[in-house]
Design a protein around this ligand. Structure first.
Ligand code: ASP
Length: 584
């Protein structure tokens, strides 16, 4: 028998038994997955532990029920001819001559323990300890452990030192809403649960740790959804005396190790795309490279058009292969979707075979000049049976994003599908746009180093400044992000200036980091990978809740413990959150 080391209670695991064990006496422990009567005197029990099931032939008088916890001693034998179960890993053998010891009784479980479970999620979470007995959940959480372990080993191989950072902390600059923890000893003051160990890991660089990592829990008080929970886990890392290329190398290696540990195959070297290219070609900074359908430039085709819908500086399109068969209802829904996303409209063209020539079917077809019609077909490469969807506008980002969203809606695949296609998105812009007062809005935290070549334009043309910031994207999901940090006070002052953060405000918010930087800060850079998302993709799960042991519901509640819960008045008073009782 292969598997775990025997314990005083058992010789091995249920799911590992095979023909090699025939003739040996074993002791197994687990839960009764199923009981079937076989005549008057015999019963078949399926015994389950985390490794799988094995069939045990027991005395029919033994009183055990589903989910009772038992220890069974018996002899392994081949199943009689005709009773082999090829669907079960242990299906060639069974235990006979069994002695059954009941270790604990179980009530009827409120959920079926099956691979697929259609039960209401709130019920699954209320009884999560039963839900987690299901093979699928066992697989998901064990897969998570395999990924964690591979990442740790890769980090350690490259000299990264694991350091734990505080959970009771001060506000961090990631920009999400934070959870606050009231202080009992300092009424009216609060700790903040970290959105990430960002500032702590930068302090560790000043402290000379050189390379730090941590599988870190992070907390953000943002509404939960399929790919977001209040609490999430990151592989967080930071290194000194490195450039962007070095960080991409470390992270790429760790991710490749984790992929290989799970799938057995090492992914190809991760390619790079600039943020500007990603937007241009895929309409998003999280491109899903499992399929083509790239955005096509049509601005030059319609440069001097008389078609009102296309008289705009930016005209782009996507082609849905075979989409010509889409009915008007579906096309109208796409038009509505594009408008919802902010486009003025969505032009569509069904490509049809005419008398010896390709024809376009569209409300706009009659308005296009022959050159525009030919130009559209040539640029898009659309062929008979395809559907071309075009958006025009003044705002390049908006046009790209609308088509990028339609691209994923029409061509996208589920997380469980297809190969794992990683890509680095590099050269993010430093700023996202301007706020109402005309101040640039940062795209990253304020310690992100501007691109060396763009630094001189920080004050004169901030929107053209790129950041030394990078994301790792897998199958259209942002897996992680990081940046080279600012370690020089003069550049930091200029960035704060560009962001409209006054020196005293900076000192108030991040004074402890700025102080530390006065005592010798090495150049440093880092990254964080979202582990919940990564595991979900490898597990083929749409929701990260399926790869977290005890997640919260979409409304942030925990049906298992009943959290969040009111606190007793006495506790509130102790925390300074309720007035003292009135004297009578
Ligand atoms: N702290 C960043 C985050 O949590 C990652 C990084 O820049 O290292 O997204």
């Amino acid at each position: 028998m292969t598997g775990e080391r025997p314990t005083s209670m058992r010789t091995g695991l249920c799911g590992r038994l095979g023909v090699d064990d025939v003739g040996t006496r074993v002791a197994l422990c687990g839960w009764v997955a199923r009981r079937r009567e076989h005549g008057e005197h015999l019963a078949f029990l399926d015994l389950r532990d985390h490794s799988g099931l094995v069939q045990c032939v027991v005395d029919g008088a033994v009183e055990v029920r589903g989910e009772d916890v038992v220890r069974i001693e018996g002899e392994v034998r081949r199943r009689p001819d005709g009773t082999v179960n090829p669907k079960l890993a242990t299906g060639e053998v069974e235990l006979h001559d069994c002695r059954v010891e009941i270790l604990a009784r179980a009530e009827t479980p409120p959920l079926p323990i099956e691979e697929r479970n259609e039960s209401d999620e709130a019920l699954r979470l209320r009884y999560r300890y039963i839900d987690l007995r299901r093979p699928r959940m066992q697989r998901n959480l064990r897969l998570r452990a395999v990924i964690n372990s591979a990442l740790r080993r890769a980090m350690e191989r490259n000299g990264f030192c694991e350091v734990e950072t505080p959970l009771l902390w001060a506000p961090t600059p990631e920009g999400a809403r934070e959870f606050a923890v009231p202080s009992r000893l300092h009424h009216g003051s609060f700790y903040v649960l970290p959105q990430s160990p960002q500032l702590a890991k930068q302090l560790l660089m000043v402290a000379g740790f050189d390379r730090y990592y941590q599988i870190a829990r992070c907390m953000r008080d943002e509404d939960p959804r399929a790919d977001r929970q209040y609490e999430f886990t990151q592989l967080d890392l930071e290194a000194s005396f490195v450039t962007q290329d070095d960080v991409l190398g470390f992270v790429g290696e760790a991710v490749a190790d984790a992929s290989e540990a799970v799938t057995g195959a090492r992914p190809a070297e991760i390619g790079r795309i600039t943020w500007a290219d990603a937007l241009d070609r895929y309409g998003t900074d999280k491109p899903d490279l499992r399929f083509g359908m790239e955005l096509v430039e049509l601005s030059s085709v319609f440069a001097s058009t008389s078609v009102r819908a296309f008289a705009a500086p930016v005209v782009k399109a996507i082609v849905l292969e075979g989409g010509g068969s889409l009915g008007r209802g579906r096309i109208d829904a796409l038009v509505d979707r594009a408008k919802e996303l902010g486009a003025a409209g969505l032009a569509w063209f069904r490509v049809e075979g005419g008398e010896g020539a390709t024809a376009l079917d569209s409300p706009l077809a009659g308005h296009l000049s022959p050159e525009e019609r030919d130009g559209l077909l040539a640029a898009t490469g659309a062929a008979e049976g395809d559907l071309v969807l075009a958006v025009a506008g003044d705002d390049h980002h908006l046009v790209c994003r609308v088509l990028g969203t339609l691209r994923v809606q029409l061509g996208g695949q589920s997380v469980a599908d297809g190969p794992h296609r990683y890509v680095w998105v590099v050269d993010f812009p430093m700023f996202e746009g301007l706020d109402e007062s005309g101040t640039p809005v940062p795209a990253h935290h304020p310690f992100t180093m501007p691109h060396r070549d763009d630094l001189e334009r920080l004050e004169t043309d901030p929107m053209s400044v790129r950041a030394q910031a990078y994301d790792l994207v897998l199958n259209g999901w942002e897996l992680g992000s990081g940046s080279v940090r600012i370690h020089r006070a003069d550049i930091q002052q200029r960035v704060f200036g560009a962001l409209g953060i006054a020196p005293d405000e900076a000192q108030g918010r991040f004074g402890f980091l700025l102080d530390a930087f006065r005592y010798g800060a090495p150049p440093h850079a880092g990254f964080a990978i979202g582990l919940d998302r990564m595991v979900a993709i490898f597990a083929g799960e749409e929701s990260i809740r399926e790869v977290i042991a005890f997640p919260k519901t979409q409304s942030g509640a925990d049906p298992l413990t009943g959290a969040p819960k009111p606190l007793a008045d006495g506790v509130l008073r102790e925390l300074g959150l309720a007035p003292p009782p009135k004297r009578t």
